[in-house]
Structure formats: structure tokens, C-alpha cells
Design a protein around this ligand. Structure first.
Ligand SMILES: Cc1cc2nc3c(=O)[nH]c(=O)nc-3n(C[C@H](O)[C@H](O)[C@H](O)COP(=O)(O)OP(=O)(O)OC[C@H]3O[C@@H](n4cnc5c(N)ncnc54)[C@H](O)[C@@H]3O)c2cc1C
Length: 485
């Protein structure tokens, strides 16, 4: 691949070969002990939209029927939690993967990391629910809309007034202390970033996101009460993630955090951005993944880019359409919350291109080295769109602002042409011991109906090339030198 200018992303693809029933059982077994809506939120039932509190809780809860997260997913492998020891082994695998990238790609490759491999996924669900409730509360406090949330903030005086409107009984000294605690940048205002600031400041699940319970007037965690074992597991998960990132840093290998199902995404994205803030001071060392099939995609990018600009770190993004569409739609319908996916394929395409353009605008505004995006797509129209955008904005392929990625064995005609034309292009390589990678690869081959259309196109291109070589007598293709292109 490297002869054609194509680089590698190693994606450890070992998947447990378990039945659907076993997967559903595992999901239920892994449920956290306290499964209630936090007291501090129910106490706000007069102020918060009760429908949104209830649906948020349902959305981020475990549902046995959707416990087999592999169903309908072809381009992503799935981890099932079995023990802390297994998660330690997964962290070791990521470290080995980083070593392999360091030695085989001359520091130019990436390692893909799935956070669900590093801890009990149900803890990510709880963290996601907490983030969703906290945002909802912040939106109500500031009277903002979802679109404007990133620009909303509230001063100490306004907060006091709003809480009084809510009928709060807490004394003003406690509120003062609370305000100081959540105003992380001490600028006299609490904004959405202060509100959501976690990883840097606390590893203890229970003390995160304390809010005032309007009924009792006491500070209470927004997060449900976890057992000491669950608290320990959460702290283990954070530690594994940090260890993997530190190891990557020490080997000079970049990592990308994969996006997964929407009910994990608030937590995954929050952690990925916390890593970016820590490690992206001098460039795009960590990439977070954004899924354009989500109605919220542009808003999510806007929020994270806003933080990156404010705190002057590099915003690194892998932009995909999203791999879990059918599963997401079915779950939303059956569990009873709004479908998070764009209504049509065209709407997803439009969202993809709007996100890409917005990132290019941010690059224009912040300058070289502050923003980068990986166009992770097989869609030829999108690749063309990105190439044209680069021309329009005078972004050279060598500047590492926009690069491309495709799955190994998919759309090689696009990847290899991009590589030979000097664009930065990567292939996602499933990797691992053959017999353990087979469950994932065979599932991908069996379920891959949509992608087969693209394979047919590749087959017809291969025939054309074969005929061309037979007719011209040039049986072995020689890679042109860069200056021949
Ligand atoms: C390098 C790489 C890394 C990836 N990493 C991730 C990851 O971390 N997380 C992740 O979720 N996925 C990931 N994917 C998979 C990706 O999200 C897509 O599923 C896959 O690439 C197909 O999309 P496309 O742009 O290549 O092609 P296309 O065939 O043009 O798009 C198909 C996609 O469009 C969307 N879509 C299709 N029909 C509709 C509809 N009716 N309404 C709304 N949207 C629709 C769906 O997202 C579908 O997958 C990755 C893909 C690549 C190439």
C-alpha cells in the first residue's frame, strides 16, 4: 500500500463469537445497581419538560431486546463486556496495536480505539444519561435553545435569580460555593463547557455533576448512586483510556476514538474531547468521530470546535456517515424517543457536506495546524466534494488539514487514485489472530448487502483494467513516480 501512498489505520477486530441470547443476557447482567432518574432531576419536574426527562431516561437505559449491539451493523466490530480483566487485556491489545503502528508505518499510521472495549458499557450509558440531563437542566436554566446552547452562559446573579424562580430553598452561601465549583474557568459565568467539565477534575463518578436539589436545598450528584465496585470500575475505565493515550503519545502514534451507538455517544465524545484538550496542544494527535447521519451532528461539531478554539487546542475530527442506522431507528421507535437519525439519505449527505464545509471555515478562521478532518467515506461524491473544497480553500494535500480513509478491501479504485495523486489517504485494516477475527469478518461479508453494490462496481473496473492490460501487453502495473502524476 505504501508504494501507492496509502497509509494504515490498525483496527483490532477480534469479536466474541456469542449467540444473540448470550449478548442480550450480558447486557442485562451489566446493568448498574441504581437505575432510577436522579432525585435532583425529579425534584425539577415542574421546570424541566417531564416528557424529555422520561424519554432521556428510557433512551439511556439498558433494553434486553437491543442487547446484541451487532445486529444490523456491518462496518464496525462490537465488544461485549465480560470482566475487568478482559478490559485490561483489551487495553494491552490497543498498546500492542500502537507498537505495531509505530514500527510498521514509520509513525504515519493511526490506531483506532473503541471506548466500549475499555470498561463496562453500562457505565457509559449512565454517564451519557447524566450528560443529557445536565444539558437539559442547563438549557432550562439559561432559557436557551439547543442550537444556541454553545453560546449560552449564566452569571452568578442570574443563576441565583433563576433558582429562586424555581422555588429553591438552598441558602445563598451554598449556591455561591456551587457556582465557584462549576465555574471552572473562573470568569464569573457558567457556560456549557464549564457545566460539562469532568475528566480533568474528577475521577470519582459520584462527585461529578453535583447540582442543587430544589426540594431539599442540598447539593446532590446528578449521577445515580453507584456501588463502590461500580465506582472502582469507572475509575479503571478512565485509567485504561489514559494509559492507552499515554502509550500512544510515547510512541508518537495518533489515535482515533470510534463513534458508537447514540446512547453511548455523549460519554464517548465527552471523553474523546477531554483527551483532545490534554494531548492536542501541538497538533491532531487525537481524533474524535462525528456521525453525519445524526440530526445533531453539526451542533455537536460546533460545540466541540467552540471549546477547542476557546482553549486553543487542535480540533481533530474523523467524519463518517454512521454505521448503526437500522438499529438506532428501531430502538428509538420501540423504546419511545425521537429518532436521532436524519430522515433521508439525502439529508445525511447534506449534513456530511455541511459539517465538512463548517470545518473548512474553522480552518480558515483559526489557521494552519489547529483543525484537521479525516473524510472517512466510500462515497465518491463526498470524496469529490472534499477534493473540490480543498482546491477552493487552497488547502494543499501535504498540509494535513483534510485526509481520506476507507475500509480495507473497499473502494480501492478511489483510495489508490487518491494516494497516487498525492492526497493523504488511509485504509482501515481489521487486524488480529485469524481465527478470532473471523466472526467479525464473516458477519461483515454476510450482512453487507449495501456495500456489495460498490463491490460490483469494483469488479467491473477490474475487468476493464484486465482487458486493458491484455490489449496493451503491459501485464504488470508500475507505480508512476510522484513527478509523473
Ligand atoms: C475509515 C472509516 C472509519 C469508520 N469509523 C466509523 C466509526 O467510528 N463509527 C461509525 O459509526 N461508523 C464508522 N464508519 C462507517 C461509516 O459510518 C459508514 O457506515 C460507512 O462508511 C458507509 O458510509 P459511506 O459514507 O462510506 O457511504 P454511503 O454508501 O454513501 O452511505 C451509507 C450511509 O449513509 C447513511 N444512510 C443510508 N441511508 C440513509 C437513510 N435512509 N437516512 C439517513 N441516512 C442514511 C448511513 O449512515 C449509511 O451507513 C467508518 C467508515 C470508514 C470508511
Amino acid at each position: 500500500m505504501s508504494r501507492f501512498g496509502v497509509k494504515a489505520i490498525l483496527d483490532y477486530s477480534v469479536e466474541s463469537d456469542i449467540s444473540q441470547e448470550e449478548a442480550e443476557e450480558k447486557a442485562i447482567q451489566g446493568k448498574v445497581s441504581d437505575d432510577q432518574i436522579p432525585e435532583a432531576i425529579t425534584a425539577l419536574s415542574g421546570q424541566l419538560d417531564p416528557k424529555s426527562v422520561e424519554t432521556t431516561h428510557k433512551q439511556f437505559n439498558v433494553h434486553a431486546k437491543f442487547g446484541d449491539r451487532r445486529l444490523g451493523v456491518v462496518s464496525a466490530r462490537t465488544y461485549f463486556y465480560s470482566s475487568e480483566h478482559e478490559c485490561d487485556k483489551n487495553a494491552d491489545v490497543f498498546r500492542n496495536c500502537i507498537d505495531a503502528v509505530a514500527t510498521t508505518t514509520d509513525g504515519r499510521g493511526f490506531t483506532a480505539v473503541k471506548i466500549t472495549a475499555l470498561g463496562r458499557p453500562q457505565l457509559l450509558l449512565k454517564l451519557s444519561e447524566t450528560i443529557a440531563h445536565a444539558r437539559n437542566f442547563f438549557k432550562t436554566l439559561t432559557g436557551s435553545t439547543w442550537e444556541n446552547l454553545v453560546l449560552s452562559k449564566i452569571s452568578r446573579e442570574d443563576l441565583l435569580r433563576r433558582l429562586k424562580d424555581f422555588g429553591i430553598k438552598a441558602d445563598s452561601k451554598l449556591i455561591e460555593e456551587w457556582f465557584k465549583m462549576i465555574d471552572f474557568d473562573a470568569d464569573g459565568f457558567v457556560d456549557v463547557h464549564d457545566w460539562g467539565n469532568i475528566l480533568e477534575h474528577s475521577r470519582d463518578f459520584a462527585s461529578m455533576f453535583q447540582i442543587i436539589n430544589v426540594k431539599t436545598g442540598k447539593l446532590e450528584p446528578l449521577i445515580p448512586k453507584l456501588s463502590s465496585q461500580e465506582n472502582q470500575e469507572f475509575s479503571n475505565m478512565m485509567q485504561r483510556l489514559i494509559d492507552v493515550a499515554e502509550h500512544a503519545r510515547s510512541r508518537g502514534v495518533r489515535i482515533m476514538i470510534d463513534a458508537e451507538q447514540t446512547y453511548f455517544q455523549p460519554a464517548i465524545s465527552r471523553l474523546a474531547v477531554a483527551l483532545m484538550r490534554k494531548y492536542n496542544q501541538d497538533g491532531g494527535f487525537i481524533l474524535n468521530t462525528y456521525q453525519a447521519y445524526l440530526k445533531s451532528a453539526l451542533n455537536d461539531i460546533e460545540t466541540d470546535m467552540h471549546l477547542a478554539k476557546r482553549e486553543n487546542f487542535h480540533f481533530g475530527c474523523k467524519l463518517v456517515r454512521g454505521a448503526y442506522m437500522d438499529q438506532e431507528r428501531r430502538r428509538a421507535k420501540e423504546v419511545g424517543y425521537d429518532d436521532p437519525i436524519n430522515p433521508t439519505y439525502e439529508a445525511t449527505n447534506d449534513m456530511y457536506h455541511r459539517c465538512l464545509t463548517r470545518i473548512a471555515d474553522e480552518h480558515d478562521a483559526r489557521g494552519l495546524g489547529k483543525v484537521s478532518v479525516m473524510v472517512a467515506s466510500h462515497n465518491e461524491e463526498t470524496v469529490r466534494y472534499a477534493v473540490n473544497l480543498m482546491k477552493e480553500r487552497e488547502i494543499a494535500p501535504s498540509q494535513r488539514v483534510i485526509c481520506f480513509a476507507q475500509l480495507y478491501g473497499m473502494c480501492d479504485q478511489v483510495s489508490f487514485s487518491l494516494g497516487q495523486a498525492g492526497y493523504s489517504i488511509y485504509k482501515y485494516l481489521p487486524y488480529g489472530p485469524v481465527e478470532e477475527v473471523l466472526p467479525y469478518l464473516s458477519r461483515r461479508a454476510l450482512e453487507n448487502g449495501g456495500m456489495l453494490k460498490k463491490v460490483q462496481k469494483e469488479r467491473s473496473l477490474l475487468w476493464t483494467e484486465l482487458k486493458r492490460r491484455l490489449a496493451s501487453g503491459q501485464m504488470v502495473y508500475t507505480v508512476p513516480e510522484k513527478n509523473d502524476i
